[in-house]
Design a binder for this molecule. Structure first.
Ligand code: ARG
Ligand code: ZN
Length: 827
């Protein structure tokens, strides 16, 4: 049985660590790690973490000591004063398929230590509140040897690195490989000259330009907006093919999943480019929010992740279109975080208990964590937010902090009491806010109520019946169960635009007619709410198609056509408006309204909705699918134009059977259009030839081939059958997390396919989760989240999903990771 770790049990570590010196003698099967730790005085009992380490030698102040490690570490009796502990251990990176600790990927050595991987490298107090400067020596025949900090010395077959900034062990990194660099330089606002390198395998060096450009823009932006400069003479990024997550912010040596670094217009879609820009920024921003100021314990994970996501969202908004970025972020939040919050995996932004911390790198910690910071900024205002952040960096630099520290900074900077606001960190679930309106004698009253007791910033603006804004956006603070807000002196009853910019991560319930939402879709001056009016209308139309078998309403079709065909609007905005609600979103919404969702009906209704839209837009589609002018660029303007073109192409394929999509596919010179056209062809049932051509063209490109796997499953009629065939494909390398996710992520994202009533989707996923768990628990656990929507569905499907969870729980040798996840979902 796994132990539950609780926030309430936190105690500081017994000893301080003054300095760490490590030597690695790298070998795939037997790497020797010698670690010399200078401890301060702290009593005679010392407990170190360590897992799967062969202990070869142990010395205290130079004298040999004998000790037997147990399964999770080493207990020692030590002198009651400062002392030096030396250990020598042996580890086998080649056999490390969990991709945590020191492992090998494509012939290179690399590490992933967050959250608790360092204990698989050496015996150490592997917890974020123990911070120390590190010196690292690497001995290996590999030509490129990297670690944290600044290079200090090197010779043939060895290199030494020195990291002067005290850091927790989770930020440790080491890379050794046959790598080439795409290099550049950056001069910080403090005048520091920094060497920038993106290290990749030979042959990939021509794919690094966009990541490098993103890095330089991130460095400049953090100086200009947050006043934060880089603090070492070198910044290294390494791309690896086998990686459990997106990327990792190790001090001075960020390690990236290669798909978030490598990009050419021919290989990466506009979305890929945007994600690369965001993740490069995210990891770079961690240097201050995460590394210089880190977390006291893993319960405080949102301290660095929520803040850093918020910062990368701000950065992308500045680089691109703020309105479009906000819509995209809310789409993701609702799809992932609202779903998580509505199911058995719901947890507070700051959880208070866990079995396996890797299971808490969630949409709630990351994305809701970022929303909470956005609310704080909205409540105190931009200027006070800036002052609070300055105080945070000044007061806590070099420390391991808590959410209490973070909130106190805001209290001290603004004089505001944040006791009630703190509930956002400690309570799980998506609050429901209800809005009611009344109108009397020139006074408009908006009454807001909530089902909890939080502080909720609700941004509101008022439009007059002609669509003119008569009250600009104002942030109302809902702090009580029910509160009324009055707007006086109005000439006519206004239309209220509520929760502008999605000012709080809540479910807003506002009884309003379809006409009113169509009005807002046509006129709202707040771009987010304008889009959201269309979205809520579309969801209502689709729900009625599912439940009552209605035809899509002319009101919705006309209102949508108005926006989509308006050449004066940003194409990216029009593309987002044209995107139909996801099947999973409709299933969740129906469930919340007390209707059991039927995946087949939802799928059929959504197709019918698209067909009707294609008919309605028939005359305009020709113009919309015209080529995007100008030389290719990854910028927001062109990306938006391509997004609109691809949306329109998907609709046109419903009318012409894919003829135009085939032409676009054949002529495509960039991946956005190649994938967009292929998707349209697959949806039209005309994708066989294009799919083969795509596979032939890209068979040697791992990152692109992930798309080939994903697309077939995502657009399959019988997704489990297509998946079952694809896992037999010679290129299905299930130990590569990207490939596993490309296949099984697509299976669970194909709503109707995954939920097939014969249970084949559930069974297939469970089979492969059990298999993957033995090699890579972390990715298996993450992918198991597909089952978290179980309680929405009918009794048959629920029983089948429950049976698969049970089968997983009974699998011999199940990891702590997957056991915790399956256990929570099985209830
Ligand atoms: N700190 C990394 C990031 O968000 C993610 C690392 C996650 N690692 C893990 N084992 N769950 O940038
Ligand atoms: Zn992060």
């Amino acid at each position: 049985m796994s132990e539950t770790v609780r926030l309430a049990d936190y105690t500081p570590f017994s000893h301080s660590v003054e300095h760490v010196a490590m030597t690695f003698r790298l070998a795939p099967e037997a790497t020797r790690v010698t670690t010399r730790i200078r401890f301060g005085a702290g009593g005679t009992a010392l407990r170190l973490d360590g897992e799967g380490l062969r202990l070869l030698a142990l010395r205290i102040d130079g004298a040999a000591v004998s000790a037997e490690p147990d399964a999770t570490g080493l207990s020692l009796t030590v002198p009651d004063r400062a002392f030096v502990l030396e250990t020598e251990v042996e580890i086998a990176p080649a056999g490390n398929t969990a991709l945590e600790g020191l492992y090998m990927s494509g012939g290179m050595y690399c590490t992933q230590c967050e959250a608790e991987g360092f204990r698989k490298i050496t015996f150490y107090p592997d917890r974020p509140d123990v911070m120390a400067p590190f010196h690292v020596r690497i001995e290996s025949e590999m030509p490129v040897l990297l670690s944290n900090g600044n290079p200090s010395a090197q010779g043939p077959g060895w290199a030494e690195w020195d990291d002067p900034w005290p850091k927790p062990s989770y930020l440790f990194a080491l890379v050794a490989g046959d790598l080439v660099a795409h290099s550049d330089r950056f001069t910080t606002m403090e005048g520091r000259d920094v060497a920038l390198n993106i290290w990749v395998r030979p042959g990939d060096e021509d794919r690094c330009a966009y990541a490098m450009d993103s890095l330089k823009r991130s460095m400049r932006w953090d100086e200009e907006v947050y006043g934060r400069a880089y603090d070492l003479s070198v910044f290294n990024i390494v791309a690896v093919d086998d990686f459990n997550m997106g990327a990792m912010e190790n001090k001075g040596l960020n390690i990236f999943n290669s798909k978030y670094v490598l990009a050419l217009p021919q290989t990466a879609t506009d979305e890929d480019f945007a994600r690369i820009e965001a993740i490069i920024a995210h990891e770079y921003f961690h240097n201050w929010t995460g590394n210089r100021i880190t977390c006291r314990d893993w319960f405080q994970l949102c301290l660095k992740e929520g803040l850093t996501v918020f910062r990368d969202q701000q950065f992308s908004a500045d680089m691109r279109s703020a309105a479009v970025k906000r819509i995209e972020d809310v789409l993701t939040l609702r799809a992932r975080q609202f779903r998580e919050d509505a199911g058995p995996l719901a947890h507070p932004v700051r959880p208070d208990a866990y079995e396996e911390i890797n299971n808490f790198y969630t949409a709630t910690v990351y994305e809701k964590g970022a929303e909470v910071i956005g609310m704080l900024k909205r409540l105190v205002g931009d200027e006070a937010y800036g002052r609070a952040l300055d105080l945070y960096f000044e007061r806590h630099d070099g420390q391991a902090c808590t959410i209490e520290d973070w909130l106190r900074v805001f209290e001290d900077a603004t004089g505001r009491d944040l006791t009630q606001f703190a509930r956002w960190y400690t309570e799980a679930g998506t609050p429901r806010v209800t809005a009611e309106e009344s109108w009397e004698g020139g006074t408009f009253t908006l009454t807001l109520s909530q089902d909890g007791a939080k502080v909720i910033p609700v941004a509101v603006g008022l439009l007059d019946p002609s669509g003119q804004e008569v009250r600009p956006t104002e942030v109302l603070e809902l702090t009580e169960a029910r509160q009324s807000f009055r707007f006086d002196g109005l000439a006519a009853r206004p239309v209220a635009s509520v929760l502008r910019g999605f000012s709080a991560p809540v479910l807003l319930e506002k009884p309003s007619s379809a006409e009113e939402r169509a009005f807002l879709l046509a006129h709202d001056t707040d771009p987010f709410n304008r889009w959201d009016a269309g979205r809520s209308l579309a969801k209502e139309v689709l729900s009625q198609m599912v439940v009552r078998g209605d035809a899509p309403s002319a009101l919705w079709l006309d209102a949508l056509a108005e926006v989509v065909l308006d050449g004066g609007l940003d194409p990216a905005f029009r593309a987002l408006t044209l995107r139909l609600p996801a099947e999973d979103d409709i299933a969740r919404t129906l469930h919340e309204a007390g209707v059991t969702p039927d995946p087949d009906r939802i799928h059929a209704a959504r197709r019918a909705m698209g067909d009707a839209l294609a008919e309605r837009l028939r005359d305009g589609l020709g113009d919309l699918v015209a080529p995007v002018p100008g030389p290719w660029s990854p910028d927001a303007g062109q990306a938006g134009a391509r997004a609109l073109r691809m949306q329109a192409l998907g609709l046109l394929s419903r009318l012409d059977g894919g003829a135009e999509a085939q032409r676009v596919f054949d002529a495509a010179d960039n991946m956005t259009e190649e994938v967009g056209a292929l998707s349209a062809l697959l949806d039209a049932g005309a994708g066989v030839a294009a799919l083969r051509a795509f596979g032939d063209r890209w068979q040697h490109d791992r990152i692109v081939m992930d798309k080939w796997f994903t697309l077939q499953i995502l657009h399959a009629g019988d997704a489990p059958a297509v998946t079952a065939a694809l896992v037999e494909h010679p290129l299905f390398d299930w130990k590569n997390p990207n490939r596993f996710r490309a296949v099984f992520g697509a299976l669970s994202a194909n709503h109707a396919g995954f939920h097939r009533i014969d249970g084949s989707g559930y069974r297939l996923l469970a089979d492969w989760l059990i298999r993957l768990d033995a090699a890579n628990p972390q990715t298996a656990a993450r992918m198991s989240q597909a089952f978290d929507s179980m309680s929405r569905y009918d009794a048959d499907r629920q029983a089948m999903m429950a049976a698969e969870l049970e089968r997983i729980l009974n699998a011999p040798g199940l990891s702590r990771d997957l056991s915790e996840m399956a256990g929570r979902m099985a209830g």
